[in-house]
Structures are given as C-alpha cells and as structure tokens.
Design a binder for this molecule. Structure first.
Ligand code: PLP
Length: 373
C-alpha cells in the first residue's frame, strides 16, 4: 500500500481526469511520435562491439568511438566541441547547475521543457521566467537584474517549443543578450534537429548564428530517431562540463551500439536532404488542410513538425483523442497540469512519411468530432 498522502495525490489525478498511463499504440497512423523523419526504423548497425560501456566516461567507459562521435557531431553542427550526455534530460540537468552558482541569474522562457526546469531547480542560481517569446519582458529583466557584482546571467530558450511547435525570434534574442557582457545564451534544439535548416542542422545554423550561442543542446531521441544528447560549445566549455556536470560524471557512458546509432543518424542527415524537405512540404500541406477543414482558429500557428489543436478541458480533449485513435490515428491529448488549464490540446506530430490522405482524413474527422463535443 502507498502511504496515505501518496494515495491522496494519485486520487487527485483520477478525480481531475489527468491520470497518466502507459499505452502501446499498434498499427495506428503515427501522429504522435517525435520520430519526425522515420529514422528510428533504420536497421541496427552490425558488429557494434560490446553490450555495455562498463563504466562512466571518466573511469572505464570512454572509447575512441566516443571521441569520434563527438568530433562528427561538432563538425556537423559547426561547433568547436561536443560533449555527449545519455539523454536530453541528462544534458539539461547537468549543464545548468554546473554553470551556475548563488550569485548568478537564470532567465528562462516560461514554456521551456521540464528538463530545463529541473536543471534550474538543481542550480543554486536565482531564476526568473519571462513571458513566452516576449522579448520586451526579457529585456526588462535583463536591464533590472543583470548588473549585480560577480553575476553571470544565463538566458535559456528552445528552438522549437515542445508543446506549442513555435519558434522564438532568435536573432533578436541574440542581439539583446549581446548588450550584456555577462549574459550567455543556452538554446535547446531538441525539436529542431532533423527539422530546421539544410540537412536538419537546427535553428542556430539555419540562421547562421551558431557562434553567438554559448551552449546548444542537441537531443537524439527525436528527429535522429535514436537516443542520447550532446552539448555543443567551446573546447573550454566541454572541459569544464567534464569536470563539473554531475549527470555526465556519475553515470555509465553510452554503449557502442548507441554511438553507432547516433553516427548512423548523422550520416543519414548529411547524405541526403530529401526526408527533411519532405517533412517541410508535409508541414505546409498540413497547414493548408487545417484551413480547408475550417480548423485554423483551433490550431496554433506553427511551421514545424509540432502542430497543436486547442480543445479546453481534460475530458473533452481526451474524448477527441479517443475518437481519433478508435479510427486509426495515433493522436495524443496533452492534459493539464502538463499544460495550463484551459490550454489542453491535441499535440499532432507531422512526419516525412505521413501521406496527404492520412493528414486530410484525420483532419476531416477531427473537424467533425469537435462539432460533437
Ligand atoms: C525541449 C526538450 N529538451 C529536452 C528533452 C529531453 O530529451 P530526451 O528525451 O533525450 O531526454 C525534451 C524531450 O521531450 C524536449 O522536448
């Protein structure tokens, strides 16, 4: 039996219709995975060495292949250096507390991912959120709070927001951050890798501003279709993180088969732009179909693979998702408290392999369903 207060907490989830459960989706059209380019289906590389890495990178887990993969990642992303982490979650909870101490300040977009929030919670720094993509608010906070002695300021945002699919005005954020010599930008590119820029290089490189960013976080569980993450930055930053990022130091290194999968993913992206272009074309087609089905006002504006249809209230959005699933479409509801109350939504992920017929018929059914709710 769980202790009473834990029972009460899980009871609250039942009561508010927001109980989380694991489900397996079989044979449905994929509108929910982050496997934007279908790279998770790449065949596993053969002869990939040992099963496990045997230790942390600093003890027995390091190998030539780790060096090779980090060099290739750095090269692909036009960065001086890359440091692997076991996941994007690990990267964010390692990077942020390692960089900051009590004197420092973190300014973060209010909609950043939970892993960034958790990284901030683990840090000793003062932290303030700015309104989503509101650069005036960011500027006010920078002007007001960046001047303290011995203070470094870290501004944290994402290239593509994971629950909204929108893109910040990165050029203006960089201009703003540059006004303050003690301010540094961290950009989480989780949902931009494989999606934005030539060969899916991500937002910073698409805009040619990669050298203006202190640290970029690339994660491999989404567009790259495998697992793991890397922090991109200077050689000095890499050396520093090897010494101070606890989620890098105190964990078993990625095994060889994971490294080969990452290499494979990057090779596929470098070799051909076709899937990235197909995804972009599907996203613009999807937007046209949204309009044709009279759903424009329900959907958030998004030019990325993440499309969002707002259906307030957990029970309503769950019902809509259920109807779509019963008809063969794997569309998931995002409930409060994951998003704010009243902002409950269907999060629809577009892939390079989704067809016009799949997108069109799913949206037709969605339009019909919304009328009946
Ligand atoms: C913006 C963002 N950062 C980091 C992560 C975590 O990455 P990973 O799944 O590799 O732990 C996610 C995952 O959803 C994300 O959306």
């Amino acid at each position: 039996m769980l202790p009473d207060k834990l029972q009460a907490k899980i009871g609250m989830r039942h009561f508010s219709g927001s109980l989380r459960k694991l489900t397996v989706s079989k044979g449905l059209v994929d509108f929910s995975s982050n496997d934007y380019l279908g790279l998770s289906k790449l065949p596993l590389p053969e002869n990939v060495g040992t099963n496990g890495a045997t230790g942390s990178r600093l003890i027995s887990g390091h190998s030539d292949l780790h060096d090779q993969v980090e060099n290739q990642i750095a090269q692909f992303h036009n960065a001086p250096a890359a440091l692997l982490f076991n996941s994007g979650y690990d990267a964010n909870i390692g990077l942020i507390p390692a960089l900051t101490d009590r004197a420092d300040l973190i300014l973060f977009d209010q909609l950043v991912h939970a892993s960034i929030r958790d990284g901030i919670q683990l840090s000793q720094a003062k932290s303030l959120k700015y309104r989503h993509n509101d650069l005036n608010h960011l500027e006010i906070l920078l002007a007001k709070f960046s001047q303290e002695e011995e203070r470094e300021v870290y501004v944290i945002t994402e290239s593509v927001f994971s629950m909204d699919g929108d893109i910040p005005d990165l050029i203006s954020i960089i201009k703003l951050v540059k006004k303050y010599p003690n301010a540094h930008l961290i950009l989480d590119e989780a949902h931009a890798l494989g999606v934005l820029g030539k060969n899916g290089v991500g937002l910073a490189q698409q805009l040619n501003v990669e050298n203006d960013i202190f640290a970029r976080v690339m994660t491999f569980g989404k567009g790259l279709g495998c697992h793991g993450a890397a922090v991109l930055g200077s050689e000095e930053l890499k050396d520093y993180l090897i010494n101070y990022a606890r989620s890098f130091i105190y964990t078993t290194a990625l095994p060889q088969h994971a490294l080969h999968s990452i290499l494979n993913g990057y090779k596929t992206l470098s070799y051909s732009d076709d899937a990235v272009l197909q995804l972009a074309s599907n996203v613009s087609l999807f937007n046209k179909l949204v309009l044709q089905n009279g759903l424009r006002l329900r959907f958030r504006e998004s030019e990325t693979a993440i499309q969002v249809c707002i259906i307030p209230k957990n029970d309503q959005v769950k019902k809509a998702a259920q109807i779509l699933q019963e008809n063969g479409y794997d569309v998931r509801a995002i409930l409060s408290p994951t998003v704010a109350q009243g902002e409950e939504r269907l999060r629809i992920c577009i892939h390079s392999f989704n067809t016009e017929i799949e997108m069109g018929s799913m949206l037709q059914l969605l339009a019909k369903t919304i009328k009946t709710l």
